[in-house]
Ligand binder design. Structure first.
Ligand code: MLT
Length: 410
């Protein structure tokens, strides 16, 4: 008789965003005339930059000619893309990252989960609360946690609470943890990390032999020039951090799929015999075995992000979404709500009014004004009483959603 990975039975019934979609679809079915505006999942709405589309069209033509046709590409990604990323995203910011340390993939969500393949099951793992649920759920699936308690916390994980009281940046734990997930600019709160703050984590990680998983999927939305975009801007991070990046949000690739993970060759962790093992080698082995790379066409599209036209076009795209974030921030603040984030991140994190629970506020907005957001409690117990609003939508929809919410809150 076949058996299952029973760790899956420890999971909450549904992943947050499909669960929201399920509730919204049920509402839409019962109310076919409702004009629902979705500001829940951070999914982009604006067209792909022209430079990317042109590059992909040319790449399709390459595929139609035997001389330029491509079969399997390198599992790690094409050198021409990795080199542009290394030069533009890292070396230009003073980070000593080599192209060979960059692994192209089909998404940061996948990489954040897949990275656990190369780590043991006996690590103490820290996550913030609230947190991007993928970090928690993939550890549950991998068998790195116990059962969930009444608060929605899994045994075996160290939860670092973030709230308005600590500006949504976690205190460095007094206990020793081996793996730490950090996400800046933060999903879901929109909070940011200074260089000093990240330096404190790097010092902690180096002192304890820990590895930081640094999710920088939203770095392009940083507007404050003092803030670091990469953890490798911090001295010593090459020895303790893996960084995840994505083309999903900066270049609108959520449906196109391209991302990258940086694993420095200087990074090691312990084998069971106490010896140091290079993580780069393990990740390279993992990717070569389980992954056949991102399509040539998509990688050409991602490469075009680094052209002069591509840079101008993604700047405009990011500026567009950040103007949405500003509108959301300003309108909700004017309505008297406590509003966070949305300045260096495309997410606005709002305290629910009148002490409503996150899901009650979700239901209220859905049913009374047909606007969808994300309940803060879906990101963890400490997100209860908060609500996330995504700036990824058309201007018209954002303005209309704010108008409806404000009319309701009056
Ligand atoms: C979100 O809404 O938190 C994001 O869309 C999740 C993701 O990028 O996977």
């Amino acid at each position: 008789m076949a058996t299952i990975n029973s760790n899956y039975l420890k999971l909450k019934a549904g992943y947050l965003f499909p669960e929201i979609a399920r509730r919204v679809n049920a509402y839409a079915e019962a109310n076919p005339d409702a004009k629902i505006i979705r500001l829940g999942i951070g999914d982009v709405t604006e067209p792909l930059p022209e430079a990317c589309r042109t590059a992909m069209t040319l790449a399709v033509q390459d595929m139609g000619d035997r001389a330029s046709f491509k079969g399997y590409g390198p599992e790690q990604g094409y050198a021409w893309l990795r080199e542009k990323i290394a030069a533009h995203d890292f070396q230009a910011r003073g980070c000593a990252i080599d192209a060979s340390e960059i692994f192209i993939s089909d998404g940061s969500k996948c990489d954040c989960g897949n990275i656990l393949d190369i780590f043991g099951h006996d690590n103490a793992i820290a996550v913030t609360d609230p947190v991007y649920p993928v970090y928690v759920d993939t550890n549950v699936m991998a068998g790195n946690t116990g059962e969930m308690n009444d608060k929605g916390e899994y045994g075996g994980l160290v939860y670092l609470p973030i709230s308005a009281e600590n500006d949504f940046v976690a205190e460095i734990p007094s206990e020793k943890v081996d793996l730490i997930y950090l996400c800046f600019p933060n999903n879901p709160t929109g909070a940011t990390a200074t260089k000093e703050y990240l330096k404190a984590w790097v010092d902690y990680a180096k002192a304890h032999g820990s590895i930081i998983f640094f999710d920088a999927a939203y770095e392009a939305f940083i507007t404050d020039p003092e803030l670091p975009h990469s953890i490798y801007e911090i001295e010593g991070a090459r020895d303790c951090a893996i960084e995840f990046r994505s083309f999903s949000k900066n270049a609108g690739f959520t449906g196109t799929r391209c991302a990258l993970t940086v694993v420095p060759k200087t990074l090691t962790a312990k084998a069971s015999d106490g010896s140091d093992v290079e993580l780069w080698k393990l990740w390279n082995r993992r990717q070569s075995t389980k992954f056949n790379g991102v399509s040539y066409i998509v990688q050409r599209g991602a490469e075009a992000v680094y052209s002069e036209a591509g840079q101008a076009q993604i700047k405009a795209l990011i500026g567009f979404y950040m103007e949405n974030a500003k509108i959301i921030r300003e309108q909700l603040t004017a309505a008297g709500l406590a509003v966070y984030g949305g300045i260096n991140a495309p997410y606005v994190w709002v305290k629910t009014p009148n002490g409503l629970s996150s899901w009650d506020f979700f239901d209220k907005l859905l049913q009374t004004v047909n606007v969808v957001g994300t309940p803060g409690s879906g990101f963890g117990a400490a997100g209860e009483g908060y609500f996330r609003i995504s700036a990824f939508n058309s201007r018209e929809n954002v303005e209309e959603a704010m108008k409806r919410i404000l009319d309701k809150l009056k």
